[in-house]
Design a protein around this ligand. Structure first.
Ligand code: FEO
Ligand code: CA
Ligand code: CA
Ligand code: CA
Length: 608
């Protein structure tokens, strides 16, 4: 046949121009289509979506709101069937409920709809024809389809902090069973076929921090909870539906969120788990690589201005086998291990880092770093903190060992081709402002609006080690501006990029970057660049998303034929509503978050 073969490689696609259209735009020779949108049926018995009659029971069986992380896991033995696993990070009630006049005026049932619209979805999908086009399975009853919600799904806590007093509540004196997951942002797929998902801005769901116990307040404050107002601005008012969100009554409930969640999509009956051994912070996500020794190493970011980069090294070793006993073993890998935080230093004189983004005289933002051990199993390495303290209040442990304050660490992912690790520092407009930490070589711009990419190379290629070198391959912004850097590539030939959020790789090792909050004024999008060799830094825009939307995912399938993107919060513009939408994507009526798939019309590898 005429279908081109060959692996992904040089990025020859036609660059997409920045724009402000209410549409998804893609290069010539590609097609794109919605796979699933908010409200589509997921579980058996899901009612048809009815905007004007939403129920929590219905939403608990339908595709949730604000899709973020996307993972595609092939069903063993099939090239044409897979499980699509998606995070639903948060809700836009003003764009969900007709006649919205404020959270205080929502009914308790509507609040529960919002809770059910959070969480994750697992959906069986199947390839259409011979290209990279995929659709939800409709032909037979999908076996694996599942909704996980903030409203009622039971999670198991694992690891050294599980069951400790900090995690016990009136409803759960065991300290081991949590209802729901909150603000699931990015994530990763493990080699043993599960999905990791990060609980990020969980503070916004709780009220009553002003009435929390005095000893809890400094910790709550470090995690962004208000300790002075009952209802901090931006609060979601869920205490009206479930009392557990009131810290005045249930202060430990807050400690049961902010973890890495592991979901086994191939076992619909298995409770999802929250792994305390991986620490508690505003987890963007987690991505793992198997070290040469066989230990599993997870890289993680805490997405807050001036917060930290972490890694987790498992105690046990990965077993590379599909046998059920091996999978059972691998499912326990993230339950015990050692947690580290990053401390980095530049190699150029501090006087050459002036906060303007000007390259130092050695021509690179680069240097060395250390992984500082915080806790190993039940043994704390931080004076004055127990292991359970370190795991539950990991930010305070990072503060105590003087971890390096970064410009909002978002997605962190190792390249399975080179073993190098890439982290998106999305932006930090407070850098160097007032008494805040000034620019350093790793975060080289004050009032950093556009963000940068941070590359880690572990010494001797050992992912379990404690020392590394680092550099910034891309300093984002308008390539015409002096404070940007694209790996030394000709800046006249690259696309403008702002606010990198998620990273992914194709099988050739090209780095794909999606953005959130383009400070250059155009819509967000998806970009790709080679990261090795002469093309390093040749960044090209592949796709743009509609007005008000953020580009999440992305996920490139193992055969390189499809790229999945989560179009999150289309139409999220102040003052917009169902009646006066800022976006009518994807169906022409009102805005709906949706996962799309983009493929090459001729079936060839994406990007090439
Ligand atoms: Fe939910 Fe850090 O983006
Ligand atoms: Ca340098
Ligand atoms: Ca994100
Ligand atoms: Ca983000």
């Amino acid at each position: 046949g005429g279908r081109p073969h060959g692996k992904a490689g040089k990025l020859t696609f036609e660059t997409v121009a920045p724009n402000t259209l209410d549409a998804v735009t893609i290069p010539a020779g590609y097609q794109t289509e919605v796979v699933l949108r908010w409200g589509d049926p997921v579980e058996a018995g899901a009612p048809a979506f009815d905007l004007h009659n939403q129920t929590a029971a219905g939403q608990s069986k339908q595709f949730g709101y604000n899709n973020d992380f996307v993972g595609v896991l092939p069903i063993p033995g099939s090239k044409d069937r897979a499980l699509l696993v998606v995070n639903h990070e948060y809700t836009n009630e003003d764009l969900m409920f007709p006649g919205f006049t404020g959270l205080d005026n929502l009914s308790v049932e509507q609040l529960k709809v919002a809770m059910a619209a959070h969480g994750l979805s697992v959906v069986e999908i199947e390839r259409v024809g011979r290209t990279g086009r995929w659709k939800p399975v409709k032909s037979r009853r999908p076996h694996f389809n599942r909704r996980i919600t903030a409203l009622e799904t039971k999670f198991e806590l694992t690891g050294p902090a599980a069951g400790t007093p900090l995690l016990r509540t009136a409803a759960d004196p065991s300290g081991r069973v949590v209802i729901g997951t909150l603000n699931n942002c990015a994530g990763g797929v493990t080699p043993w076929g599960t999905v990791l998902s990060g609980e990020e801005n969980f503070n916004q769901y709780f009220v009553g921090g002003d009435q929390a116990p005095a000893d809890a307040k400094p910790k709550l404050a470090r995690y962004g909870f208000s300790t002075t107002a009952r209802y901090p601005s931006g609060n979601r008012k869920w205490d009206r539906a479930q009392e557990r969100f009131d810290l005045a009554k249930h202060p430990n409930e807050a400690n049961r969120f902010g973890w890495i969640v592991e979901v086994d999509p191939f076992d619909p009956d298995a409770p999802p788990r929250k792994h305390t051994a991986m620490g508690r912070f505003k987890h963007e996500g987690a991505n793992v690589i198997v070290a040469r020794s066989g230990h599993v190493v997870a890289y993680m970011g805490d997405d807050e201005r001036f917060d930290y980069l972490y890694k987790f090294v498992s105690d046990k070793k990965y077993i590379d086998s599909k046998a059920p006993w091996a999978r059972k073993h691998n499912l326990s890998l993230l339950e015990s291990g050692t947690l580290y935080v990053a401390q980095v230093a530049g190699d150029s004189p501090a006087t050459e880092i002036d906060g303007s983004g000007k390259l130092p005289s050695d021509g690179k933002f680069d240097g060395k770093g250390k992984w500082i051990k915080l806790v190993s199993g039940n043994k704390s390495e931080v004076p004055g903190m127990t292991a359970a303290d370190v795991l539950t209040f990991t930010r305070l442990a990072g503060d105590a060992v003087l971890a390096t304050k970064m410009d909002r660490p978002e997605d962190v992912q190792p390249s399975l081709r080179t073993g190098k690790i890439y982290a998106a520092m999305t932006n930090n407009t407070n850098r160097g402002v007032g008494t805040n930490a000034p620019a350093d070589e790793a975060n080289p711009r004050n009032a950093n609006k556009h963000g940068h990419i941070f590359e880690i190379v572990e010494d001797r290629g050992d992912h379990t080690g404690t020392s590394f070198t680092w550099s910034l391959p891309i300093v984002c912004g308008d390539p015409k501006a002096a404070d940007t850097y694209f790996g030394g590539y000709d800046k006249n030939a690259v696309s403008p990029i702002s606010c990198p959020d998620n990273v992914a790789f194709d099988s050739a090792g090209n780095l794909w970057i999606s953005t959130d909050g383009n400070a250059l004024g155009s819509n967000d999008g998806l970009f790709a660049t080679a990261i090795e060799g002469r093309e390093r830094g040749h960044l090209k825009q592949f796709l743009t998303v509609p007005k008000g939307a953020e580009t999440c995912g992305p996920f490139i399938t193992g055969d390189d034929r499809s790229v999945f993107v989560a179009v999150q919060h289309p139409g999220e513009i102040t003052g917009a509503s169902v009646e006066k939408p800022a976006s009518v994507w994807p169906d022409g009526d009102y805005a709906k978050p949706a996962v799309i798939v983009t493929w090459r019309t001729d079936g060839g590898p994406i990007g090439s």
